[in-house]
Ligand binder design. Structure first.
Ligand code: NDP
Length: 331
């Protein structure tokens, strides 16, 4: 038996409860996994908040163990790459949506969904980074693959105080970029500067409808916000610049014109963390383990016990949670 946060559908409502589950049920949890993992830590991402509260239909089958990411240790494996005792991390692949996820003491997943955790990062640190930090690294790597370098000019990060934004600032600064942080919480400016931001811009200067082409301000950007903000970011990129777009905190719409693309040759690079191919995941986790200082990782995270996850999920959606939330599934 193991402990899990379980979501059930009752009269069109999502009901969350901590349950004791027989391990045999993992075999029918939807993913036909060949690796059984003893989970150490999971996290609460925005998507988990939506699933646990039922605010948006994230969950596709019921009952469901939520949790889009986890880190732990292999207990049994018939996958050639994993053996008992290996430390692993998992992000996405539909965990907590189409099959049981990480907010439980055990998870059974296909080995192809796992990444061996680099030796210099613990399972707790991996979840402090979580899907947010891993997505931030995918964004940084997408910009560099496009040819952006530290000497090209300023890089803007929108949604700077969020999980993705905070890690993107730290990662870019560590690689030598001059980072400009856009935030709606200027009272957090000192924290953003500590993470590596050289300057701060007010979120409101980017979130309203703007001109299709604006002053060329940024060589590149990481956008966590979408909507008018992403349109303004594109309009303010320098000739040949690029934006890695990963989020929709302002909205899913993209009210832009083609002007920046056809007159300045700027590039819009979409970043998805859920189904990104394995080689890119491995490269992202390698870079995270090598580059992100442990102090940065520790500074963004608070740990909660599994039983608190439903209440903290509500607060997360109300915007009352700062930084990253690690869930200690064994507490
Ligand atoms: P957080 O909730 O931690 O942060 C989002 C940040 O966006 C907030 O801290 C805030 O930053 C800013 N923000 C919030 N509301 C608005 C608004 N109405 N207008 C403008 N800015 C706003 O989320 P994450 O950092 O974890 O994720 C960021 C985005 O990326 C989310 O939309 C998430 O769904 C998406 N995401 C996508 C992934 C992918 O695979 N593509 C993976 C992970 C996340 P501030 O207070 O500094 O203004």
């Amino acid at each position: 038996m193991f402990k899990a946060l379980m979501l059930d559908k009752q009269d069109d409502r999502t009901v969350a409860s901590i349950q004791s589950i027989d391990e045999s049920r993992l075999a029918s949890s939807g993913n036909g996994g060949d690796v059984l993992v003893r989970v150490d830590f999971s996290t609460l991402n925005y998507k988990d908040g939506l699933a646990i509260t039922g605010k948006v239909p994230v969950v596709r089958t019921w009952p469901m163990v939520p949790g889009i990411d986890f880190a732990g240790v292999v207990e049994t494996s018939s996958h050639p790459e994993y053996k008992p005792g290996d430390a692993v991390v998992m992000n996405g692949w539909g965990a907590g949506e189409t099959h049981w996820g990480g907010l439980a003491q055990k998870a059974r997943v296909p080995g192809d969904h796992l990444i061996a955790l680099p030796a210099n990062i613990t399972t707790r640190q991996a979840m402090a980074v979580g899907t947010a930090g891993y997505t931030a690294m995918l964004c940084v790597q997408a910009l560099e693959k496009h040819g952006i370098g530290a000497k090209d000019g300023d890089v803007l990060v929108t949604g700077a105080n969020g999980g993705v934004g905070s890690f993107a600032i730290a990662m870019l600064a560590k690689r030598g970029y001059r980072v400009i942080a856009s935030t709606g919480r200027p009272e957090e400016a000192a924290r953003l500067r500590e993470l590596g931001a050289a300057d701060i811009v007010e979120r409101a200067t980017l979130s309203e409808p703007g001109k299709p082409l604006q002053k060329e301000r940024w060589a590149a950007a990481v956008d966590c916000v979408g909507s008018h903000t992403l349109a303004n970011v594109c309009a303010g990129l320098r000739y040949g610049g690029a934006v890695a777009a990963c989020g929709l905190a302002q909205g899913m719409d993209f009210p832009a014109t083609v002007a920046p693309f056809i007159l300045r040759g700027v590039a819009l690079l979409g970043v998805d963390s859920v189904y990104v191919p394995r080689e890119r995941r491995i490269a992202a986790w390698r870079a995270i383990a090598d580059e992100v200082p442990v102090a940065t990782i520790e500074s963004v995270a608070t740990a909660i016990p599994l039983a608190d996850a439903p209440e903290v999920a509500q607060r997360l959606l109300r915007g009352e949670v700062k930084g990253r939330v690690i869930v200690d599934v064994n507490a």
